[in-house]
Ligand binder design. Structure first.
Ligand SMILES: Cc1cc2nc3c(=O)[nH]c(=O)nc-3n(C[C@H](O)[C@H](O)[C@H](O)COP(=O)(O)OP(=O)(O)OC[C@H]3O[C@@H](n4cnc5c(N)ncnc54)[C@H](O)[C@@H]3O)c2cc1C
Length: 398
């Protein structure tokens, strides 16, 4: 009774997708999860509406030491395949900026859909299940033996779908990495991704005073640039541009904020100087930026010219000020870390994993799917797409 074709450790997005796919092939599947319920991150995702996919999926939307690894699975189970499933279950959705699809009603719709498919496919799910030990045997039919708080189990295939380290209160653990190490896999250094920046310098007080203000900017460093909103918060900077760039940021580095994306603000300032010679710089900028932000910028960048008419400010000085507006340098002291991060960068190295099936090349019958692998998506539904695609890839063969 405790013998299964497939045991999946972790009933999150990738584990449930793998389970329903394998179950539909007639495999006897057991999902084991240490939490009190499965799919907790799905329920929390997208502000409760679950950004379950993106219309425009490109390899560039994924970060990994091996950028080619995700291509195979993503091209075999695409966003259109997932959309067909969503449509089959009559889940209403809407599109937001950048091709992001969200549920109209609730993220619960997506979890209910996955669980309904699992049930139909005869998948068994056990929650509150702590796994104490995993051993591999020479018997292919009972290759893996698991000792757990819910009893002992054997399985032909073992799928690790334990996700990343972000948000421990939602059940995140390092267990998947421990299993990978047990079977000789390397773990690429992990760090929090899609996470707000914190500051300990004078900008901390600026962000506190501006807390709640959002402004469309280009946030960049030498690795990438994102044109989206930045959001000033009590702790520092958040908003989509910040979450995106956090995936490309390392401690000790600065980032650059262009408050006027795609516009040469020096040219605009010089034109304003001609047209509004008697105006103050803050008056002119307040037509383009929130007044509270302009006052902070004035203190930082042109305090000495605060009461000087435009005509009296030398062109070279205006060019210096413009350089700050098009490239405000900020140095985060860190990120908010796993407590609030949406994802974990790094993870099980992909070089010893089949990109077609997600099977380990070191231990036959062992699979890794979803976020536990060294594959991380951009903000916008890409992390779920990776969970669906990698889960399906393994589900087809386990
Ligand atoms: C707040 C938040 C919002 C997000 N919003 C979005 C979004 O809108 N769109 C998007 O694409 N991505 C979003 N993400 C990211 C997305 O949720 C994850 O990338 C995705 O869930 C990863 O799927 P997974 O199956 O690999 O892991 P998870 O979904 O995290 O599932 C892992 C499962 O393993 C279980 N587990 C962990 N340790 C053990 C253990 N020792 N034994 C047994 N079971 C264990 C956990 O309880 C969990 O059920 C969000 C993440 C967060 C935290």
């Amino acid at each position: 009774m405790n013998s299964f074709d497939v045991i999946i450790i972790g009933g999150g997005a990738s584990g449930l997708m793998c389970a329903l796919t394998a179950g539909q092939r007639g495999r006897r599947v057991l999902v084991l999860d240490s939490s009190n319920k499965v799919g907790k991150k799905i329920l929390m995702s997208g502000g409760g509406r679950c950004n379950f996919m993106n219309l425009f999926v490109e390899p560039d939307n994924f970060i990994s030491d091996n950028p080619h690894f995700s291509i195979s699975a993503l091209s075999r189970y695409t966003q259109w395949d997932f959309m067909a499933l969503v449509e089959k279950h009559r889940i209403l959705w809407h599109e937001r900026d950048h091709g992001q699809l969200f549920c109209n009603d609730s993220a619960k719709d997506i979890l209910t859909m996955l669980l309904a498919e699992c049930e139909q496919a005869g998948v068994q799910i056990k929650t509150h299940c702590e796994i104490a030990a995993i051993t591999a045997t020479e018997n292919p039919a009972k290759r893996f033996q698991l000792k757990s708080s819910k009893g002992d189990f054997t399985a032909e295939s073992l799928v690790v779908a334990t996700g990343g380290l972000s948000i421990p209160t939602l059940g995140a653990s390092a267990f998947g990495y421990d299993i990978a190490r047990q079977f000789g896999h390397e773990i690429k250094a992990t760090r929090a991704g899609l996470v707000p920046f914190m500051f300990s310098d004078s900008f901390k007080e600026v962000s506190e005073r501006l807390s709640g203000l959002a402004h469309e900017s280009v946030l960049s460093n030498e690795r990438n640039a994102f044109r989206e909103n930045i959001l000033f918060t009590h702790r520092g900077l958040s908003g989509p541009a910040v979450l995106q760039l956090s995936n490309y940021w390392f401690p000790g580095e600065s980032v650059s904020v262009d408050l006027f994306p795609g516009e040469d603000i020096a040219a605009w300032l010089l034109a304003q100087k001609k047209q509004h010679a008697k105006s103050l710089l803050r008056t002119l900028l307040s037509e383009r930026l929130a007044k509270s932000l302009v006052l902070e910028l004035q203190t930082l960048f042109w305090a000495a010219q605060a009461e000087t008419a435009m005509a009296e400010i030398p062109d070279a000085r205006l060019a210096e000020i413009a350089a700050h507006l098009n490239g405000w340098r900020l140095k985060p002291s860190g990120t908010e870390g796993y407590r609030t991060a949406e994802v974990t960068l790094g993870g099980v190295a992909t070089d010893k994993i089949s990109s077609k099936t997600m099977e380990s090349q070191l231990q036959p019958g062992l699979y890794f799917i979803g976020e536990v692998l060294d594959v991380t998506g951009h903000l916008g539904g890409f992390n779920f797409q990776w969970a669906w695609s990698s889960g399906n890839a393994a589900g087809q063969v386990v």
